[in-house]
Design a protein around this ligand. Structure first.
Ligand code: HXC
Ligand code: NAP
Length: 282
């Protein structure tokens, strides 16, 4: 799908790049010639992912940080300046999330998720954006949100509030920083199996129910998301700014259309409806 050196000469910072979708994006970017900066709290996890990316030919810098703390992400960017002369692309991917009846949450539980997802994405975007503006280099930000950033969702209120905020930041800065040639976009994935998301968020038997409400009747494949991310951060998407692309097999629109439940009708049911129409006509 892509030319082999599509991302040659680009350095990509991925927050939460040691696991799940962050790691899958990193591996794809490495295959296409990018160098990488990976950050999250657990250094050994980052080192293991970096090793796999290096095998694909990438130069990889790993540095532990808690993205909730601005100084720590600032240090990551300073290190990237020294090693690579700066980054060209930022992927806001780090997240925390759990399912819970909201009335059982403590204020600290809310702060914990919002701190990682919303404050963390803002911290990384601010640290990268200030550098790009000073250097007049331009830059690209891609944030991983979810379709419930605009629909909301029961039982994940802290995450829904935080992802809505990240989407608002994306659209706001796409306008404000357009003059600096900084593009900001988002991807809203439906369910893509990853170890931690499934551990924290998927009760037993839930995946089968999920598949029933997804028109394409399956969960996402990591390479599908990685390819979309690659396109959006590449030069080929240089006129896409301030948008959010959904990749969910049609899940969220299937819950939205008034008559979508009619997918359950059998050919016989449709026959009965046809009879009813013709009777009414007579
Ligand atoms: C209720 C919980 C909780 C739970 C923690 N807390 N887990 N409350 N239900 N399951 C509360 C704690 O009691 C505490 O509040 C506060 O949250 C902070 O807890 P810590 O253990 O100190 O957590 P912390 O180190 O801040 O870690 C953050 C985390 C953790 C969110 C709690 O789960 C994490 O690091 N997750 C990263 C991985 C992850 O979640 N990935 C999934 C992303 S998928 P008190 O008041 O007791 O101090 C995704 C979208 C999925 O986002 C969409 C699917 C389609
Ligand atoms: P994941 O593997 O749990 O990834 C989350 C990453 O965030 C981890 O690598 C974690 O690393 C890092 N992180 C958490 N708290 C951090 C902190 N305070 N500071 C720095 N890094 C931190 O989950 P995933 O499923 O791949 O999710 C990736 C992204 O996709 C998230 O934004 C998620 O909301 C989004 N998403 C996922 C799905 C899905 O179905 N999987 C659907 C929609 C959206 P450490 O623990 O080492 O810090």
């Amino acid at each position: 799908m892509f030319q082999k050196d599509l991302l040659k000469g680009k350095t990509v910072l991925i927050t939460g790049g040691g696991t799940g979708l962050g790691k899958s994006m990193g591996l794809r970017f490495a295959e296409l010639g990018a160098n990488l900066v990976l950050t999250s709290r657990r250094l050994p996890v980052l080192e293991e992912a970096a090793h796999e990316m290096e095998k694909k030919g990438a130069k990889v810098l790993v540095k532990a940080s808690d993205i909730r703390k601005y100084d720590e992400i600032e240090n990551v960017l300073t290190e990237a300046d020294k090693v690579f002369g700066g980054i060209n692309i930022l992927i806001n991917n780090a997240a925390g999330n759990f399912i819970s009846p909201t009335e059982l949450l403590s204020p600290n539980a809310f702060n914990s998720v919002v701190g990682i997802v919303l404050n963390g994405s803002f911290h990384a975007t601010l640290a990268a954006g200030r550098r790009w503006i000073n250097r007049q280099s331009g830059g690209r930000v891609l944030s991983i949100v979810t379709p419930y950033a605009w629909t909301g969702s029961a039982y994940v209120v802290p995450s829904a509030c935080a992802k809505a905020g990240v989407l608002a930041m994306t659209r706001s800065l796409a306008v404000e920083w357009g003059k600096y040639k900084i593009r900001l976009n988002a991807i809203a994935p439906g369910p893509f199996p990853t170890e931690q998301a499934w551990e924290n968020l998927v009760p037993e038997g839930f995946e089968e129910k999920w598949k029933k409400r997804i028109p394409l009747a399956r969960t996402g494949r990591h390479e599908e998301l990685a390819n979309l991310a690659t396109f959006l951060v590449s030069d080929f998407a240089d006129y896409i700014n301030g948008d959010c692309i959904t990749i969910d097999g049609g899940e969220w629109v299937s819950g939205a259309g008034e008559f979508n439940m009619l997918t359950e009708m059998t050919p016989e049911d449709w026959g009965k409806m046809a009879e009813r129409f013709s009777k009414n006509k007579k």
